[in-house]
Design a binder for this molecule. Structure first.
Ligand SMILES: Cc1cc2nc3c(=O)[nH]c(=O)nc-3n(C[C@H](O)[C@H](O)[C@H](O)COP(=O)(O)OP(=O)(O)OC[C@H]3O[C@@H](n4cnc5c(N)ncnc54)[C@H](O)[C@@H]3O)c2cc1C
Length: 443
């Protein structure tokens, strides 16, 4: 039996340990955090995440989809809040298609426990990776009992965007690496449940306050609360830097997000306590050294969160890797190369799509023309289902490779630009004339 090591028991590492165990490997997982079950602290950058089809497919492959679904809240549509508190709506997909709000800490715990239940998986908390020999496929960890070195024939590095294992790749010849901080950062805020534990806004929806250069979003939690995230420039006249104390921030919220502010009774305390965090994009290649060490999840492709695909793409990594191991009869040299080669263009594509979706969410969703364009796409797609799948659906509700979805999305954009330029499009958008014009453009 092959013995391997995984660095990082985050979302991707713990799921990958489960995949490896199901393949019959003996697995040691090393995690720098303390065991949250012993400390009672749920760590993590955002309290909830949107889980969609790519993530579900991986969870289902290892038999834990049902268990996760029991704790997930479907979000069927976007609810946009304008400055006056007026609402507009945009369904995510067809009827009954939804993305799901799940607790980051809860999901991570469930995955770790599912991995630990396997006969030959050990999760070692409080083990911080400090070094790695990536040619040998081993890593060294600091522990309370002194340093230890992993055993096993290969190292799977899922230690996140600031991967210690990747640092060793950066010392190698011909390793490409790019780290980009975007101008925006984020702060999380909380809307508590109502007096009877009910949600104070529509429950099965993702709420957005689109404001051009910035936005607030909110995802529901099972306890009746919402986790809100403000995405805002770090510096400049309208920025976190400029909102330098809670009173100034309240004035800004009162002008921009007054309906959300009224639902946050302890706004000032939250503003002072909750940190501002930055958002980073990581691109690198190649992701592997022979058949000894391989990077995946955020360690090889961290992206901005605006498509809700960071974790989903990491889960898809696990699913794809499992298929590639099948195809190569678990020969690591060939499999690591195939994985890195197949996934890299898709990782680059979802990184680009995620930045594009930021503009869509913070700016376009507040514009009637954009909502009309989406309605036309949905109407055409319903009339000619095999001919047009909206880009959002390709990314979120399909397993089409991200690179193919991006290319198709660019073609669709060009077509919709000509359609939207038609006179009276607002009146004739459902007409045969418009539908046939799209058909002709596609041909
Ligand atoms: C604000 C925000 C919102 C997001 N929302 C979504 C969303 O809605 N949907 C979605 O799909 N994605 C979302 N993401 C992205 C998602 O959080 C990441 O893509 C996902 O967490 C990546 O998982 P990972 O396991 O690769 O990395 P991580 O979750 O970062 O896990 C890495 C693990 O490695 C451990 N580790 C790190 N260094 C060491 C070391 N030296 N030694 C040992 N262990 C180590 C860490 O403690 C951690 O447990 C969001 C991200 C942000 C910032």
């Amino acid at each position: 039996m092959k013995h391997v090591s995984v660095v990082g028991a985050g979302l991707v590492g713990s799921l990958w340990a489960l995949f490896l165990a199901k393949r019959g490997y003996s697995v040691d997982v090393y995690e720098r955090r303390k065991d949250p079950r012993k400390t009672g602290v749920a760590e993590g950058r955002s309290i909830n995440l949107a889980l969609s089809d790519r993530g579900w497919a991986a969870l289902e492959k290892v038999g834990i989809g049902e268990e996760v679904r029991a704790h997930a809240i479907p979000m069927y549509r976007r609810v946009m809040h304008d400055v006056a508190g007026q609402l507009s709506f945009q369904p995510y997909g067809k009827e009954n298609q939804a993305i799901y709000s799940v607790s980051r800490g809860g999901l991570n715990r469930l995955l770790v426990e599912a991995a630990e239940k396997q006969a030959d998986v050990r999760v070692h908390f409080d083990h911080r990776c400090v070094d790695a020999d990536i040619e040998a496929g081993t890593a060294t960890f600091e522990t309370d009992h002194g340093p230890i070195t992993s055993k096993g024939s290969a190292l799977f590095a899922t230690d996140g965007a600031f991967s210690k294992v990747r640092a060793q790749f950066q010392r190698r010849d011909r390793f490409n690496y790019e780290q980009e901080y975007i101008d925006h950062g984020y702060k999380e805020l909380h809307i508590p449940p109502g007096p009877d534990g009910q949600h104070l806004m529509e429950r099965e929806a993702l709420h957005i306050w689109p404001r051009g250069q910035h936005m607030l979003i909110a995802l529901p939690n099972p306890d009746g609360s919402f986790t809100c995230t403000l995405f805002f420039p770090m510096e400049g006249t309208e920025s976190f830097e400029a909102l330098h104390n809670a009173q100034v921030a309240r004035q800004f919220f009162s002008a921009q997000f007054s309906d959300a502010l009224t639902l946050m009774p302890d706004f000032e305390a939250q503003w002072d306590q909750n940190p501002v965090s930055s958002l980073v994009i990581i691109r690198c290649a190649p992701w592997h050294v022979g058949g000894k060490t391989v990077l995946f999840g955020d360690a090889s492709h961290a992206i901005v969160p605006f498509y809700g695909q960071g974790m989903n793409s990491g889960f898809e990594d696990c699913h794809v890797f499992d298929r590639i191991l099948d195809a190569h009869q678990d020969q690591f040299d060939a499999a690591f190369l195939a994985f890195s080669t197949e996934r890299k263009p898709n990782a680059d594509a979802i990184a680009e799509l995620a930045m594009r979706n930021f503009v869509e969410m913070r700016d376009l969703t507040g514009q009637p023309e954009f909502l009309l364009q989406k309605k036309i796409e949905a109407a055409f797609s319903a009339r000619y289902p095999g001919k047009w799948m909206p880009l959002y659906s390709q990314v979120t509700f399909s397993h089409i490779p991200y690179a193919d979805a991006l290319a198709a999305g660019k073609r669709q954009d060009a077509i919709m630009q000509t359609v939207m330029a038609r006179p009276n499009i607002g009146e004739i958008w459902q007409s045969d004339e418009v539908m046939e014009a799209i058909l002709a453009e596609l041909a």
